[in-house]
Design a protein around this ligand. Structure first.
Ligand SMILES: [Zn+2]
Length: 206
């Protein structure tokens, strides 16, 4: 046998790369790969540039932990937003779902997850320190915290943890109404459901 270095077939590599995307099985990965090949190099350049730009330029908003290509995201910078209400969500996708409903005029805080002790996710793994820092700093004017974590075991545990942590800080802490299916994701809820969940929120502390 020759000692020639093993060459990876570029088509196989492309199929493999697409196959790493969530929800894309081998069949879909193959279809995507051949689609890209048919489009030619201008399309590929455009696509790879978009991927690079997004991954290299986008970071976390220093205030709310949303994704942005600026130090602060456009929601935090928008002076028309209500600075007295903060909506706490698990993910950026949840934030975007709530924004789509156009129900909420305040600002957000993205935790980047929910407490899951069995999976080793504790408070220090979430953006909780950052939440406390902004409530004592740039967002000291916040009067109400709406906890909009998912209605799952993890989401409820996170809501309770935050309520206990913040109790006594003179803030109203409320929980969105359980209009969402149990274990259901915010991300996939329709705007009307999100709107009902927000307007039906109940206070957790008194
Ligand atoms: Zn922000």
């Amino acid at each position: 046998m020759s000692e020639e270095p093993r060459r990876v077939d570029p088509i196989a590599r492309l199929i493999q790369a697409f196959g790493r995307l969530p929800g894309v099985g081998e069949k879909s990965a193959t279809r995507l790969a051949f689609f890209v090949l048919r489009q030619g190099s201008a399309f590929a350049e455009d696509l790879s540039q978009a991927l690079l730009d997004a991954t290299q330029r986008i970071g976390l908003c220093e205030r709310c932990m949303n994704l942005t290509d600026q130090p602060q995201c456009s929601i935090c910078l928008d002076a028309r937003r209500d600075g007295t209400v903060l909506c706490v969500v698990e993910t950026v996708q949840d934030l975007r779902a709530i924004e789509r409903s156009r129900e909420f005029q305040g600002r957000y805080h993205v935790l980047h997850g929910a407490l899951a002790p069995l999976e080793g996710v504790g408070p220090e793994d979430l953006k909780i320190k950052e939440l406390l820092a902004r409530l004592q700093g740039i967002d000291a004017g916040v009067e109400e915290l709406i906890i909009a974590t998912n209605p799952s075991v993890e989401g409820e545990a996170t809501a309770l943890y935050l309520q206990r942590l913040i109790a006594g800080a003179g803030l109203k802490v409320s929980r969105i109404a359980s209009g969402l299916p149990i274990g259901g994701d915010f991300e996939y809820a329709d705007p009307a459901t999100i709107s009902q969940a927000l307007s039906g929120r109940r206070q957790m502390n008194s």
